[in-house]
Design a protein around this ligand. Sequence first.
Ligand SMILES: Cc1cc2nc3c(=O)[nH]c(=O)nc-3n(C[C@H](O)[C@H](O)[C@H](O)COP(=O)(O)OP(=O)(O)OC[C@H]3O[C@@H](n4cnc5c(N)ncnc54)[C@H](O)[C@@H]3O)c2cc1C
Length: 265
Amino acid sequence: MYEFTYSKASSVDDAASQFGAAEEGKYMSGGMTLLPTLKQRLARPSNVIDLAQVPDMAGIDVSGDTVSIKAMTRHAAVAASADVQGAIPALAKLAGGIGDPMVRNRGTIGGSIANNDPAADYPGSVVGLGATIQTNKREIAADDFFLDLFETALEEGEIITKVTYPVPDRAGYMKFPNPASRYCIVGVMVSQKGSDIRVGVTGAGACAFRVPEMEAALASSFTPDAVADIKIPDGDLNSDIHASSEYRAHLVTVMAKRAVAEAIA
Ligand SMILES: Cc1cc2nc3c(=O)[nH]c(=O)nc-3n(C[C@H](O)[C@H](O)[C@H](O)COP(=O)(O)OP(=O)(O)OC[C@H]3O[C@@H](n4cnc5c(N)ncnc54)[C@H](O)[C@@H]3O)c2cc1C
């Protein structure tokens, strides 16, 4: 680990101003990705700015037809929330399937989405449910947020403050996890809200993406059979020691089918 200056932010504005004054700042929420990155000397920030003490940066608000989750909310809190379980059970299930108890008790929704690991679960939910990312500067729609591998629409120093999900009529989430880390080899969130159908895939590509062909098929018939024969091209999918691109393409169809079955169960 290289040397850096550690400080606690007292507010979102304070965090942003500390970042602006730093030679190379990095925010830390739970440190679940940041700390291993620093230990492996893959990043060399001059300043680590801890968001954990910022008041009012964690919490869940379910009102009307939205579920808003503040950025510092831990995965375990989302999984255990009776409000989330009631409004979007697939989202509570997703949070409860992340990593292990330690990861779920330290990792945060804001850190997960900002980090945009291709194998992370939450990006699938953001795209598959059509969430809106609130930052200290603006709102960013799900479809505009994830740009590429570990790359998002966040500008330098921009802070995620909240993620707001519309409550769907029905939704289902299925993932094929890496048996060691539980990261997604492929995860699929499907949802229906009126005529808006979404299929959000994570784990398979450089970042989360939608599958318009499956969405069109589900618009005609919201059944597992509707997607059973739809294969996505494997050309641009991830291929690594865990799974080939061909296998990931196959898993997208299988997970989508199972997610629809869960949504209508
Ligand atoms: C062993 C292990 C297993 C895991 N398994 C899974 C899994 O199955 N599924 C899964 O989805 N994830 C998994 N994870 C990831 C984990 O769930 C965390 O979400 C992820 O590591 C981010 O951690 P964090 O919230 O502590 O953010 P940090 O590590 O503190 O930060 C991550 C990055 O986001 C930036 N950042 C943090 N908060 C903000 C913010 N509010 N605004 C802007 N930028 C911000 C930081 O600067 C940093 O670059 C696993 C992690 C580990 C270590």
